[in-house]
Design a protein around this ligand. Structure first.
Ligand code: SF4
Ligand code: SF4
Ligand code: FES
Length: 221
């Protein structure tokens, strides 16, 4: 029998053995903050550390994107230990993020806005000192505008170009605060092999990749 029963926030859920907890939860209407996981990806980077949940009989919170469901599993997405870890991860992400939703084309569909609401954190939180980057906005692509300053390093665009499209056009460069997504020779992303990929706009959870046509409209208003 592949079908099992689990409980998330008290809701009884039927799912298949070995499914990933994050997708089971989202598919059943229970939101867990997440930035770096993708259904198409084999395995998860586990990079953003936002999807913490508590599982009964486990000492420490686990990341839902790397956890497989098990028969009878009891999950609490709002446990205090999990929320504390997720909130800290989120506030660290925000410490490098230039929050300017009023002028951002992703406003309304931005994952950061959704996560902030779920975790009860203000986007302009001041818990950690702000370190903003001042990288040039790339307007060279015919289909997208790329603002690396808004990137939250989720890795989805890198996965798209490297794994799905097999182009090797872009990747992560440098480490720590200097880390950013660029081409291997630091040419603009909009001139790379991925220059026509509107999918970059769709896959990016924040306002780092936005559609050029919307950008042009905004500029002409
Ligand atoms: S990426 Fe999201 S949080 Fe950042 S400015 Fe745009 S809408 Fe606001
Ligand atoms: S540009 Fe967007 S998709 Fe790419 S790593 Fe940054 S936030 Fe993620
Ligand atoms: S979605 Fe689980 S660590 Fe990013």
């Amino acid at each position: 029998m592949n079908h099992i029963q689990i409980f998330i926030d008290g809701k009884e859920i039927e799912c298949s053995k070995d499914e990933i907890l994050l997708w089971v939860s989202l598919d059943n209407g229970i939101y867990i903050p997440n930035l770096c996981a993708m259904r198409e990806m084999v395995g998860s980077y586990g990079a953003c550390r936002l999807c913490y949940v508590e599982v009964k009989d486990e000492d420490l919170p686990v990341t839902a994107c790397t956890t497989k469901v098990k028969e009878g599993m009891v999950v609490n997405t709002k446990g205090p230990k999990a929320l504390r870890l997720a909130r800290t991860s989120f506030e660290l992400i925000l410490s490098n993020h230039p929050v300017d939703c009023a002028h951002c084309l992703k406003s309304g569909s931005c994952e950061l806005q959704k996560i902030a609401k779920c975790l009860g954190i203000k986007l302009n939180t001041k818990r950690f000192k702000k370190f903003l980057r001042d990288l040039p906005i790339d307007e060279t692509s015919p289909v997208f505008i790329y603002d690396p300053n808004k990137c939250v390093l989720c890795g989805k665009c890198v996965w798209l170009c490297q794994e799905k499209l097999n182009t090797k056009a872009i990747g992560f460069a440098y480490r720590g605060f200097q880390r950013w997504v660029t081409t291997f020779d630091n040419e603009p992303v909009g001139l790379s092999e991925c220059k026509d990929q509107i999918e970059l706009v769709e896959i990016c959870p924040v306002g780092a990749f936005v559609a050029r046509d919307k950008w042009n409209k905004k500029i002409s208003i």
